[in-house]
Design a protein around this ligand. Structure first.
Ligand code: CA
Length: 224
């Protein structure tokens, strides 16, 4: 776990770094907004502790630029002023949490820990191919903002196809992974389920994702 701390007050920055390091986080420190943007664009941090009041580019501006660049690293904002407006602006700009100064180091560490946990959950639970998404915790699928309900078996089939996206999945392989069959039952089970899945994920959309490879099987991929 690697954390970026952005704070111009060197004493505070040093306390925070030591507290995070003591908890096992690798911790980098930047003292202004431009440095922070440069660091965040080259290093994949697991969370950023971002002070709002910084010389030059302030924390809110750093946050907005990160989000505009699709950097979704969890951000904990710090502010000496603790004003409601600032907090709201920060949360609207995409901050994940907010801590007014002065704070207890133990509280900051606890919040950073919560953010990194949330971040790693996000990374591993949602599969996506083009605009099709599948949450492997809730089993909810969606496409283009529309929810798609799946039966348990349809879910397993879609999960397998999405994890294998771009690769040919033969019927036998699908029977093994989705039905736990190690023999060919001699039915068109797979084809029937693929058809049902297509009805749900492709029928209402112009760009088809689930393709038949004649005589071989299926592949889920974005058309190019
Ligand atoms: Ca400051």
């Amino acid at each position: 776990m690697r954390i970026l701390v952005v704070e111009d007050e060197r004493k505070t920055a040093s306390f925070v770094r030591k507290a995070l390091q003591a908890e096992g986080f690798a911790t980098d420190v930047c003292h202004n907004g431009d440095e922070a943007l440069a660091a965040a664009s080259v290093t994949p941090f697991d969370a950023i502790v971002l002070d709002i009041m910084l010389p030059g580019r302030d924390g809110l501006s750093v946050l907005k630029l990160l989000r505009a660049r699709k950097k979704m690293t969890p951000v904990l904002l710090l502010s000496a002023r603790g004003e409601v407006n600032e907090r709201v602006e920060g949360l609207n700009a995409g901050a994940d949490d907010y801590l007014p100064k002065p704070f207890e180091l133990s509280e900051l560490v606890a919040r950073v820990r919560a953010l990194t946990r949330r971040g790693s959950e996000n990374k591993s639970t949602v599969l996506s191919v083009a605009d099709l998404t599948l949450d492997t915790v809730t089993h909810q699928a969606g496409r283009g903002g529309k929810k798609i309900d799946l039966t348990a078996r349809e879910y397993r089939l879609l999960e397998f196809l999405m994890r294998s996206a771009g690769r040919l999945c033969g019927r036998m392989m699908i029977l093994e992974k989705v039905w736990d069959y190690d023999f060919d039952p001699g039915t068109n089970l797979v084809d029937v389920y693929v058809r049902r899945l297509r009805e749900k994920i492709d029928a209402d959309f112009e760009a088809k994702l689930l393709h038949t490879v004649r005589g071989s099987g299926y592949v889920l991929k974005e058309q190019t």
